[in-house]
Design a protein around this ligand. Structure first.
Ligand code: SF4
Length: 333
């Protein structure tokens, strides 16, 4: 059976120009990204700000058009569905945004916000819509008297519950959640994670969770992919990647998320400097200028994929590479 979401060789560049007369240059935001989510599975996509995670999410949602590659939902091409204006594909794919303060229209009350997807769909009577939205509020544990209120009457956590209820309205099979907890207090984050877990189980919902917070990803996701400067560099179960990372970048990310107990080993794994500009990415392995284990070949050769004995995939010259050339990494920087 095909995966719920299957992202194949996705590429996206953005044109930038320093001045009106200067020739355009291109930033490669994502570079041959492959990713999948099974039915009912929560997959985390992690990495520093600017690594391309949100661009992947925006391509999947059709908010921007990818330059190359394919995105399949339930085995069907999303770009083809959009070309044919097949609304069913859109209904099966929903998004929860980072900021619950700006993602809800302050001029619409909760009833209007939650009925909007049904009105656009145009299949339900007023009575049926009302029944559905009352049930949605129950599912996200908000009282039914919330319907007459406006977003500004709710806390950040409650607003995110409303955003999740709206995303659930058309019974999607996949939710793409782009940093959905980063604007919330830690105690509220835990409640929203519990809610998402409950909904995932009840509706066999797939989640693609975009986050820079390893703790959030650890508590919600069963599989994790790590991105660096537009490329996925490690992918495996959450336990493999977060508890025993193998790619030097994932090791450094994990060290950065731990309490600052600087042992000699920790100092060795520390990455130096900022993430380089995607406008002028380093050749070879993009991570080599910051990598504490970089070798001469890392400056010129893009690492292909290695499949380790535990089944995870790592793109790094430290590991013996698969005999076949990698289908998921480009040959150029
Ligand atoms: Fe470090 Fe080289 Fe591996 Fe890149 S390929 S992560 S530079 S060791």
């Amino acid at each position: 059976m095909s995966p719920l979401l299957d992202v194949r060789n996705l590429r996206k560049s953005f044109a930038v120009s320093r001045s009106f007369l200067a020739p355009k240059r291109y930033v490669r935001a994502i570079d041959l990204v492959n990713l999948s989510v099974e039915r009912g599975e929560a997959v985390g996509l992690i990495g520093e700000s600017g690594c391309g995670k949100s661009t992947v999410a925006r391509c999947i949602m059709g908010l921007i058009r990818a330059d190359a590659g394919e995105i399949l939902l339930e085995g069907k091409s999303l770009s083809e569905a959009r070309r044919r204006r097949n609304t069913r594909a859109h209904e099966r794919l929903q998004m929860v945004f980072q900021d619950p303060y700006s993602s809800l229209n302050p001029r619409m009350n909760i009833e209007a916000i939650l009925t909007e997807p049904y009105r656009i769909q145009g299949k339900l009577s007023v009575r049926e819509m009302r029944e559905r939205i009352v049930r949605l509020l129950e599912e996200v544990s908000l009282p039914s008297d919330s319907l007459s209120k406006y977003p500004q009457h709710f806390s950040g956590g409650q607003r995110q519950r409303i955003s999740i209820a709206r995303a659930l309205a058309l019974r999607p099979s996949l939710i793409v959640a782009d940093e959905p907890l980063s604007a919330l207090d830690v105690s509220v984050q835990a409640q929203i994670i519990l809610l998402m877990k409950k909904l995932q189980k009840v509706h066999e919902l797939g989640f693609l969770l975009i986050s820079h917070d390893l703790g959030v990803v650890r508590s919600f996701c069963t599989r994790v992919a790590v991105m660096y400067l537009g490329r996925i560099v490690e992918e495996g179960t959450a336990q493999q990647v977060l508890d025993d990372p193998r790619h030097p970048y994932t090791v450094a990310l994990r060290e950065a998320s731990l309490p600052p107990d600087i042992s000699a080993r920790d100092r060795l794994n520390k990455i130096q400097g900022e993430i380089p500009s995607a406008l002028d990415p380093p050749l070879g392995c993009h991570f080599h200028p910051r990598c504490p284990r970089a070798m001469a070949r890392c400056k010129s050769e893009v690492p292909g994929w290695s499949v380790l004995p535990d089944g995870r995939r790592v793109a790094c010259h430290l590991y013996p590479q698969a005999a076949a050339p990698s289908a998921t990494q480009s040959d150029k920087g």
